[in-house]
Write a protein that binds this ligand. Sequence first.
Ligand SMILES: [Fe+2]
Length: 193
Amino acid sequence: MAEKSTKSKSTAKKDTAKKDTAKKDTAKKSGKAAKKAEGPITSPLSAEERDITGGVLQDTLVDLIDLHLVAKQAHWNVVGRFFRDVHLQLDELVTSARGYADDVAERAVTIGVSPDGRAATVAKGSDVPEFEPDWHNDQEVVEAIVTALHEVIAGLRKRIDETDKTDLVTQDLLIAIAADLEKAHWMWQAQLA
Ligand SMILES: [Fe+2]
């Protein structure tokens, strides 16, 4: 009898050990799954801060890509007395908007968020007003660019507030972009006076 009870005790021990191993395996597997769901790049931010900041960067990215596309479209289609000045000034805007889009996308990656700069995403999400096809005289182009810059800057200022509690490094980047685009906004506006 005593032998049987010892045997059953050892079987029970083995069963418990097996269960523990199974539990550990499940935990390992779910740990891996969780890591996969989090993505390959770790974030210096908490999950909540990362998600809010990632959304802010994504919204900024689509605006900047669209701004660069609109400026290029205008660069090709502008005509009129001040063609040359406007044509050249538009390419300066293309260069800065493209550069900032890259900075913003790479900040998203740095905090563990995958940026989405696909044409369909930009078309759906951009706050930049649509730029009509065909030729435009220089005055119309300047007005369209002033409006486009106004919208992009309004979005940036809103997002500077949003990042105040989530990520000051991203906020710093957005402030630098806003400062430069606000200066550009002045220079375009000055041509309408
Ligand atoms: Fe060109």
